[in-house]
Design a protein around this ligand. Structure first.
Ligand code: ANZ
Length: 857
C-alpha cells in the first residue's frame, strides 16, 4: 500500500461522514419503536455572538458517546439540540446598533449550529428547537396561562435594580459592584409592578421529589437549602401601649425566656407606630440607609451589625418581662414575619448585636454536663433548659413542642413552617422575551367578562389578578389558546421606555386594543370599535418573560417538536418519558433545575404529563479551564475555540481529548500538548487499520492478542457505562500499542477496536470500517460482547506438600514446566523449614495441582 493511503486526512474524512449522516438521517429517533428508548439531553446553549468555546462541547461529547453506545446496544436513541435564544446580549446589541434581536439571534444560531455539526454529534436535527420561534413560545405562553388559571400567577410590587441615569431597570448581570455595567452609574432598589409565579405553593413537593432523583448529592443539597424548609413557631408579643401585637417567627421557641430584645425589619408595617417622637429622625435616616443595601449585604454574618432603638417595648409572653424593640437591617421583611425575638445567648447575630449595644444576655440552655467552658456563648448546641421557670431541667429539643402547645392554648402563638424559597418574579421590563399573554381591563369590564359566556370566563382564576395603576385598580384577563402565539411586535427603538416599562409600552398600536370578552379576539384601538356588546377597551401586559421560561419545558418539546395541537403528544411523552441522562453545568443547581421541576410537576398535576419529574438522572461536567489554569474568559485572552482545534487536529481528536483530560466531573485545564497525544493515538489506529499486509482473515490466532482484545471490550464497555471515558481511551491505547508491535493480527480484531472507538471518534471509525469492507455504517453494528472465558487468568496455583501435609503454595504461568515448578517448591521458605537437613526420597508432581515431597528423617 502506498504511503499516502496511510495518511490520516481528518478534515476530508470528517466532512465526508458528517455529510453522510446528515443525508442518511442516521440519527433520526423513531417515535413508534419496539426498541427500548434512550434519551440523552444536553443543557441547550444560549447562542452568543462569541460562538462556542471549548468548554461547551465537553458535556455534549459525553452525552454523544452514551447516545452512540446505546444505539449500538440496540436502543432507540434520541439526542437532540436546540437554542435557548431569548436573552440580554441580543437586546443590548439591538439598543446599540438598531439591529433586530431576531437577526442577531439567527446569525448566532447559524454559527453555533455550524460549530456543533463540525464536531460530529449523533443529533436528530429534525427536532431542532428555538425558544424564540413563535411556534415554540406559543406553548410557553400556554403553560403560563394554565398557571394563571390555577391561581399560580399574580401581580405585586417587587424590588428591581433601577438606574436613574439610564432610566432603565437593570438585570442582575447588568449591575456590577452596585453600578450599572454600561456607564458605571449608581443604581438603586425600586419597587415595580411585577408578574409573579407562586412557586412557593410547590415548595413541599419540590423537596419531597428530590428523594427519587439520581442527581449529584451536592446539587440536591443546594436545592434543599435554597427551598430552605424550617420548622418553628409564630409567637405574638404584646406591645406596651398598643392594641396591635408584634408577631415573630422563630425556629427556637425553647429559647423564649432568653429573648432580651426584639427586632423589626426597616420595612416593617408597624414600624411607623412603634417609633417614639424622639427617635423619629434617627430611625428615618436608618431606613434610608438600609434601602440602599442588598439582602446579601444585610444578612452577611461578617458585616458589622447596625440598628436603632424605636422607643417601644414588648412584653415577653412567658416571663412577662419588658423587652425593647429595635429596628435593624439584619432582619429581612421578606422572611417569616419580618420581625424576630432576639436571643443573644444562643444566636450569633443577636449576640454580636447585644454586645455592641449593651443589651442583656440571658442563658437559657446549658450543656447536659454543665460544662460552661464548652458551652461558651452564643451557644447553639443541644442542652437542658435553665432560667426558664417551669421548663427548667427539660431537654431543650423536647421543650420546643411543649412550649408551642402551651402558647397555642393561651392563644399566643402557633407552630409554623417557613421556606427560604420566594415566589418567582416572572416579568422582565424588556423587549427580547416571550410576551405575557394577559390584557388589563377596568373593574366594570371584568365583572362583565365574568358574566359573558365564552372562553374567557372559563379561563379565569378563582381570585382575580389585579394591579393598581395611577390609583385605579385594573383586572387581568387571559388570552384564549386560539389567540396564541401572542407575537412580539416590531418596535422602532429597543431602548427601555424610561418609565421602567418594557419597550413594548411604547407601541400604542399594539398596547391599546379592543378586546372581545367572549372570544378573546383583539383589534388595535386605532381601528374603530367593532360592533357587539362583548367588545371592551383593554391594554396589553407589556412585560415579557424571563429567559428561564423557555428552558423550563424544552425537554418535552424535543419529543414532538412540530405538534400544533398539543405541547407534546401524550403517547410520545409516555414512550420517551424524561431524559435518561441529562448533562450540564453545576451552576444550574438552583434556578433552571428548580423552575423546570416546578413547571413539570405542575403540568403533571394538571394531567398534561404522565411523569412528575423532568430529569431523573443528572450529571454535571467539570469546567475546562484555560491552559493557564484560569477560567476561560475573553478578557484574560485564554479562550480556546473548537474551530481552531478542529482545523489543526480534527473533531475526533477534539472529542477524544475532551474526554481524556480527566474524569468528566473534574475541573481540568486545557493542554495543547495533550491533544497531540490523543491525535498520535488516532494516527496509530489509522495506520494499523490501513496496513492490510499485516491483516489476516478469520478469527484472531494469537492468544495474547485475543485475550487483550476481549479485556478491552470488557473495560471499554464498563467505562462507558460508568462515564469513565478517560479509562476507556487508555485501554484502547494499550490495545493499539500491542497491535503496532505485532507482525500480524486478524482484521476482525481491528474491526472490534473500531467499534469500541466509534462512540468516541466516530468519523475515523466510520472511514476505516468502510475501508475494511464494511458496507453499512458502523453506527448500526451491534456492540461487541466480551468472551469472558478468555479472560480467565493465565496463571495456575500449585500447592506444596511435605509428606502429604500442606506447607505452602505459589502461582505459575499456565505453561510453566514441571522442572521449574518442583525447583520453586523446593526453594519455598515454608517448605524448607521441613526439608532442611533431610533427604528428599521422592518428588511427586500432579500437573496443575500440587507438588508433594517425601522426606526421611
Ligand atoms: C429566636 C432564635 C433563637 C432564633 C436562637 C435562632 C436561634 P431559619 O432556620 O433560617 O428559618 N429570623 C426569623 N425571621 C427572620 C427575618 N425576617 N430576618 C432575619 N432573621 C430572621 O432561621 C430562623 C431564625 O432566624 C429564627 O429563629 C429567627 O431567629 C431568625 F437561639 O428566633 B430565631
Amino acid at each position: 500500500m502506498a504511503d499516502e493511503e496511510k495518511q490520516y486526512d481528518f478534515l476530508e474524512i470528517e466532512k465526508k461522514w458528517q455529510k453522510f449522516w446528515e443525508e442518511e438521517k442516521t440519527f433520526r429517533a423513531e417515535d413508534n419503536s419496539e426498541k427500548p428508548k434512550f434519551y440523552a439531553l444536553d443543557m441547550f446553549p444560549y447562542p452568543s455572538g462569541a460562538g462556542l468555546h471549548i468548554g461547551h462541547p465537553e458535556g455534549y461529547v459525553a452525552s454523544d458517546i452514551l447516545a452512540r453506545y446505546k444505539k449500538a446496544c440496540g436502543f432507540n436513541v434520541l439526542h437532540p439540540m436546540g437554542w435557548d435564544a431569548f436573552g440580554l446580549p441580543a437586546e443590548q446589541y439591538a439598543i446599540k446598533t438598531g439591529t433586530h434581536p431576531s437577526v442577531t439571534t439567527q446569525e448566532n444560531v447559524d454559527n453555533f449550529r455550524r460549530q456543533i455539526k463540525s464536531i460530529g454529534f449523533a443529533i436528530d436535527w429534525d427536532r431542532e428547537i428555538n425558544t424564540t420561534d413563535p411556534d415554540y413560545y406559543r406553548w410557553t405562553q400556554w403553560i403560563f396561562l394554565k398557571l394563571f388559571q390555577r391561581g399560580l400567577a399574580y401581580v405585586a410590587e417587587k424590588p428591581v435594580w433601577w438606574c436613574p441615569n439610564l432610566l432603565a431597570v437593570l438585570a442582575n448581570e447588568e449591575v456590577v459592584n452596585g453600578k450599572s455595567e454600561v456607564g458605571g452609574h449608581p443604581v438603586e432598589r425600586r419597587n415595580l409592578r411585577q408578574v409573579v409565579l407562586r412557586i412557593t405553593a410547590y415548595a413541599e413537593k419540590l423537596i419531597a421529589g428530590l428523594d427519587d432523583l439520581d442527581w449529584p448529592n451536592s446539587t440536591k443539597r443546594q436545592q434543599k437549602a435554597w427551598i430552605g424548609r424550617s420548622e418553628g413557631a409564630e409567637v405574638q408579643f404584646s406591645i406596651e401601649g398598643m392594641e396591635e401585637k408584634l408577631e415573630v417567627y422563630t425556629t427556637r421557641p425553647d429559647t423564649l425566656f432568653g429573648a432580651t430584645y426584639m427586632v423589626v425589619a426597616p420595612e416593617h408595617p408597624l414600624l411607623d407606630k412603634l417609633v417614639s417622637p424622639e427617635n423619629k429622625d434617627e430611625v428615618k435616616a436608618y431606613i434610608e440607609l438600609a434601602a440602599k443595601k442588598s439582602d446579601l449585604d444585610r444578612t452577611d454574618l461578617a458585616k458589622d451589625k447596625s440598628g436603632v432603638f424605636t422607643g417601644s417595648y414588648c412584653l415577653n409572653p412567658v416571663s412577662g418581662e419588658k423587652v425593647p424593640v429595635w429596628v435593624a437591617d439584619y432582619v429581612l421583611i421578606t422572611y417569616g414575619t419580618g420581625a424576630i425575638m432576639a436571643v443573644p445567648a444562643h444566636d450569633e447575630r443577636d449576640f454580636e448585636f447585644a454586645e455592641k449595644f449593651g443589651i442583656p444576655i440571658t442563658r437559657v440552655i446549658a450543656r447536659i454536663d454543665g460544662d460552661e467552658e464548652k458551652a461558651k456563648l452564643p451557644y447553639s448546641g443541644p442542652g437542658i433548659m435553665v432560667n426558664s421557670a417551669e421548663y427548667d431541667g427539660m431537654e431543650a429539643d423536647e421543650c420546643k413542642a411543649k412550649i408551642i402547645t402551651d402558647l397555642e392554648s393561651k392563644d399566643m402563638g402557633k407552630g409554623a413552617v417557613n421556606y427560604k424559597l420566594r415566589d418567582w418574579i416572572f416579568s422582565r421590563q424588556r423587549y427580547w422575551g416571550e410576551p405575557i399573554p394577559l390584557v388589563w381591563v377596568s373593574h366594570q369590564d371584568f365583572e362583565k367578562a365574568k358574566a359573558t359566556t365564552g372562553v374567557i370566563r372559563d379561563l379565569l382564576p378563582e381570585e382575580p389578578v389585579t394591579s393598581d395603576k395611577d390609583g385605579v385598580t385594573l383586572y387581568a384577563l387571559p388570552l384564549p389558546e386560539s389567540e396564541l402565539p401572542l407575537q412580539l411586535p416590531d418596535v422602532e427603538k429597543y431602548q427601555p421606555s424610561g418609565t421602567g416599562e418594557s419597550p413594548l409600552a411604547t407601541i400604542p398600536d399594539w398596547l391599546e386594543i379592543w378586546f372581545d370578552l367572549s372570544t378573546g379576539q383583539s383589534l388595535s384601538r386605532s381601528e374603530s370599535k367593532p360592533d357587539g356588546q362583548s367588545w371592551v377597551s383593554a391594554t396589553r401586559e407589556t412585560n415579557t418573560m424571563p429567559q428561564w421560561a423557555g428552558s423550563c419545558w424544552y425537554h418535552l418539546r424535543y419529543l414532538d417538536p412540530n405538534n400544533t395541537e398539543n405541547l407534546v403528544d401524550s403517547e410520545k411523552e409516555a414512550y420517551w418519558g424524561g431524559p435518561d441522562f441529562y448533562i450540564g453545568g453545576a451552576e444550574h443547581a438552583v434556578l433552571h433545575l428548580l423552575y423546570a421541576r416546578f413547571w413539570h410537576r405542575f403540568l403533571h398535576d394538571e394531567g398534561v404529563l404522565a411523569h412528575p419529574e423532568p430529569y431523573k438522572k443528572l450529571f454535571h461536567q467539570g469546567l475546562i479551564l484555560g491552559e493557564d489554569g484560569n477560567k476561560m474568559s475573553k478578557s484574560v485572552g485564554n479562550v480556546v475555540s473548537p474551530d481552531v482545534v478542529i482545523d489543526a487536529y480534527g473533531a475526533d481528536s477534539l472529542r477524544l481529548f475532551e474526554m481524556f483530560l480527566g474524569p468528566l466531573e473534574a475541573v481540568k485545564p486545557w493542554s495543547e500538548k495533550g491533544i497531540e497525544g490523543v491525535h498520535r493515538f488516532l494516527k496509530k489506529v489509522f495506520r494499523e487499520a490501513s496496513s492490510s499486509e499485516k491483516h489476516s482473515a478469520g478469527e484472531e490466532k494469537n492468544p495474547e492478542t485475543l485475550r487483550l482484545l476481549h479485556e478491552t471490550i470488557l473495560k471499554v464497555t464498563e467505562s462507558i457505562e460508568n462515564l469513565r471515558f478517560n479509562v476507556a481511551i487508555s485501554q484502547m491505547m494499550i490495545l493499539a500499542n500491542h497491535l503496532q508491535k505485532m507482525d500480524t493480527f486478524s482484521d476482525g480484531t481491528i474491526k472490534i477496536l473500531l467499534q469500541l472507538l466509534a462512540p468516541l471518534a466516530p468519523h475515523l471509525s466510520e472511514e476505516l470500517w468502510q475501508k475494511l469492507g464494511g458496507t453499512e455504517s458502523i453506527v448500526n453494528q451491534p456492540w461487541p460482547v466480551a468472551r469472558k472465558e478468555l479472560l480467565v487468568s493465565d496463571e495456575i496455583t500449585i500447592v506444596f506438600q511435605v509428606n502429604g501435609k500442606l506447607r505452602g503454595e505459589a502461582n505459575f504461568a499456565k505453561d510453566a514446566s514441571k522442572e521449574e515448578i518442583i525447583a520453586t517448591a523446593k526453594e519455598h521458605e515454608k517448605v524448607l523449614a521441613f526439608t532442611t537437613g533431610k533427604e528428599i526420597m521422592k518428588e511427586i508432581y500432579v500437573p496443575g495441582k500440587l507438588v508433594n515431597l517425601a522426606v526421611k528423617g
